[in-house]
Design a protein around this ligand. Structure first.
Ligand code: GLA
Length: 729
């Protein structure tokens, strides 16, 4: 049993393999957060709380004049708002009388088998062996009939604890929820860094590490998508923590819309970390009997550094978030026509690309943007999901059949959430697009955003997509979303504070219904590359196009940052042409392949344009992809160096520690070079391994302590793969 509660129903232990999360409902029914960290026994740690007079803070009625008992300093599971805790809280309520306060007390608990579900939203699920237990804690306001249910899911083996909450209006008057974050974590002691993952279009998820102090650290998105600019996953770690050492806490938000994540020290040096839906332009009206569900946060703790933390996230997301046939099944090596043709294609061009790709062993052709409506560039056509048979020289079914006849699968691009003003759909339904009456809307990529919160919009999209997907043999869908939201307004829901969230619920609803109808289709998420690369999208699409930037050297940084939370199996990565279309840089075909092999692998160029030697390299790369698939897609991942040094290296080790694969890419070169020496990790110290680079056999301990020195320093942008095999003696 991973959830233990004392007989009096007041002390809660959530036990995972290596961690403990402890809460204590004290005699005043404040639910105290007493511990989260390395696994401990079941003793009450509430005595670690420091009580001393806190000047100028408030003291609740229950303190009965005790000036050391203030909500302003106590570590709490659900902080109050407006009644004496001056730190950032989680929930703001506006009551019928206009007052604003939220002040919850412990009122009971329940333990359930299995993982909890969240209505209309993704969440980690249980596998067949029921690997999760759920604790539901009830928190009540004394002065209103609003109840909060706190959800804790304990995935014991995976070292993961999930949190979510539900606000219920059980009263007779309306209440407005002005802010509703999913998770607050209080740390009484310790000095921490916060690692966030930030960037921009084509340069996503660059890690940034900052010391948590009195000045608040905060990242978030107000763009309606989780965004290129900040990823909804952060790490709080001891200031000395490294890849292999130190306490690290991950917070990963299972949500694809606006979010906030913050960390700040209070007056006593305690650290509060929060995560949830961004309060900007958020308010939800709860009529009597209504409830609001806040999305899930996946917490994980590692007492052994960042590598271990990442491994825990890779495993839980692969096994308990990704669904469907492709959770386990090998993903096809694909070729996408986007960078090969952009909008300028016809049937003959596509077939030529496919024929050459099939010959070299590529397994799927993906037809990207431009196959529908009147879409010759990105100024028109979105929303008109009708096949442009003139451009394709026939039906989509006939094209897909020709591709299938070559022994390949066929995939198709959609951008369901968007609408061009120059489209039949817009002409028929201008009110389906998000824009504020009386104001000119902002265009992004010259398109508007559909009001996905509307049932009729979703019905239309489902009907159109179902029609297309059932009239042609389509194995894969790339689901794109190429702009941020603004001009928030819905003709069917005038509560504009609800529109961002209802938009996300609408997207999830459509994805769910589409997958119900076509369960075997492989979905690849995309949002101008990696603008919506988050745990929630993995529930629908087990792979996500990682970035529109396909430059192998920039990809080192992008994939490095992505690896802190997301498994390699989720990372769409392609070999594209040089000079690279985003950076103008030339790298060798081999290097481009080596970088893309650490992802859901594919190509994005016309292979008729490459040399014979490069064609041979394609065959070799596909062999390598298949050979190393288990390692790259299911093995343990080690970041051996960051991308900012002379070289970037990373490694995969299989579960049995019998086989390891290291990739090294030279990032910069210099004259009279110093040696390239890389760490080797994850082997069994007692087992002997042969290294493919130099044929040397050493013990795992030898390799891990001695590392690997290259005989020759590779030239700039050159790369190599090195394998270790356990030697059978
Ligand atoms: C986005 C995607 C690209 C491509 C284009 C098509 O930018 O990230 O991969 O699909 O849209 O318009």
């Amino acid at each position: 049993m991973s959830i233990r509660v004392t007989q009096d129903g007041r002390l809660f232990h959530l036990q995972t393999k290596d961690s403990t999360y402890q809460m204590y409902a004290d005699e005043k029914n404040i639910l105290l957060h007493t511990y989260y960290g390395k696994k401990i026994g079941e003793e009450n740690l509430a005595d670690t709380i420091f009580f001393a007079d806190v000047g100028f803070s408030g003291f609740p009625q229950e303190a009965q004049g005790d000036r050391t008992y203030s909500l302003d300093c106590l570590p709490q599971e659900l902080p109050s708002s407006g009644v004496g805790d001056y730190r950032d809280g989680c929930i703001w309520l506006r009551h019928a009388d206009g007052s604003m306060a939220a002040d919850f007390r412990y009122a009971g608990y329940e333990i359930r088998h299995g993982a909890y579900r969240i209505p209309g939203m993704p969440a980690l699920f249980d596998n067949e062996e029921e690997s999760c237990e759920t604790l539901v804690i009830t928190m009540k306001e004394a002065a209103s009939d609003v109840t909060v249910l706190l959800y804790y899911g304990v995935f014991e083996r995976e070292n993961v604890i999930t949190r979510a909450l539900r606000v219920e209006n059980r009263g007779k008057t309306e209440v407005v929820l002005g802010e509703c974050l999913s998770c607050c974590l209080d740390f009484q002691f310790g000095e921490y860094d916060l690692i966030t993952f930030n960037g921009r279009h084509a340069m996503e998820r660059m890690p940034e590490r900052s010391r948590v102090g009195r000045m608040k650290l905060e990242v978030g998105s107000m763009r309606g998508t989780s965004s290129h600019q900040h990823n909804p996953a952060v790490i709080l770690c001891e200031t000395q923590a490294t890849e292999d050492f130190g306490d690290c806490y991950g917070l990963c938000f299972v949500y694809s819309g606006n979010f906030i994540a913050s960390a700040q020290m209070d007056q006593r040096g305690q650290t509060r970390v929060r995560m949830g839906i961004h309060p900007n332009q958020f308010s939800f009206c709860l009529k009597p009997g209504e409830a609001f569900d806040a999305p899930q946060v996946i917490l994980s703790f590692s007492d052994g550094g960042l590598t271990k933390l990442s491994g825990q996230y890779h495993k839980i997301l692969r096994e308990h978030m990704c669904r469907g046939k492709y959770r386990r099944e090998r993903r096809p090596v694909l070729i996408n026509n986007w960078e090969a043709t952009y909008f300028d294609f016809d049937e003959e061009k596509l077939l030529k690309i496919a024929r050459q790709a099939a010959e070299l062993g590529i397994e799927m052709l993906v037809l990207d943007d431009g196959w529908f409506g009147r879409r010759e560039d990105d100024n028109s056509g979105l929303g008109d999901w009708i096949v442009n048979e003139k451009k394709l020289g026939g039906s989509l079914g006939s094209l897909a059949k020709k591709i299938h006849d070559m022994g390949m699968k066929f995939g198709l691009w959609f951008e369901p959430e968007m609408i061009s003003e120059d489209s039949d759909l817009y002409r028929a339904h201008p009110d389906w697009a998000m824009q504020i009456p009386g104001r000119q809307p902002n265009r992004g990529r010259n398109q508007l955003v559909l009001d996905m919160g509307r049932e009729d919009v979703r019905e239309y999209l489902l009907e159109r997509m179902t029609d297309i997907l059932s009239h042609a043999p389509i194995d894969y869908v790339k689901w794109d979303a190429n702009r941020s939201l603004c001009d928030i307004y819905s003709h069917v829901n005038r509560e504009s504070g609800e529109v961002y969230h209802r938009y996300m619920l609408g997207v999830y609803d459509l994805l769910e219904r589409l997958l119900e109808r076509f369960p075997d289709i492989l979905l690849e998420g995309c949002s101008g590359g990696g603008g919506r690369f988050d745990a929630a999208m993995l529930y629908y699409s087990p792979q996500i196009w990682c970035s529109d930037n396909t430059d192998a050297i920039n990809r080192l940084s992008i994939q490095y940052g992505t690896s802190f939370f997301y498994p390699v199996s989720a990372v769409g990565a392609h070999v594209s042409a040089v000079p690279n279309h985003q950076t103008g840089r030339a790298t060798s075909f081999r290097t481009r392949g080596h970088v893309a092999l650490s992802g859901s692998f594919g190509y994005e160029l016309d292979l008729n344009q490459v040399t014979e030697e490069e064609k041979e390299t394609v065959k070799e790369q596909i062999r390598e992809f298949h050979k190393y698939y288990e390692l790259t897609h299911e093995g343990t991942y080690y970041r051996l160096s960051g991308p900012e040094g002379r070289f970037c290296a990373w490694e995969f080790v299989d579960e049995e520690k019998a086989h390891a694969l290291l990739t090294l890419v030279m990032v910069s070169a210099e004259g009279n070079p110093l040696p390239v020496h890389t760490a080797v990790k994850g082997l069994d110290p007692a087992v002997r391994y042969r290294c493919s680079y130099n044929g040397a056999v050493h013990s795992g301990s030898g390799w891990m302590n001695g590392g690997l020195t290259l005989r020759n320093v590779p030239a700039e942008y050159e790369s190599l793969l090195v394998e270790w095999e356990a030697v059978k003696e």
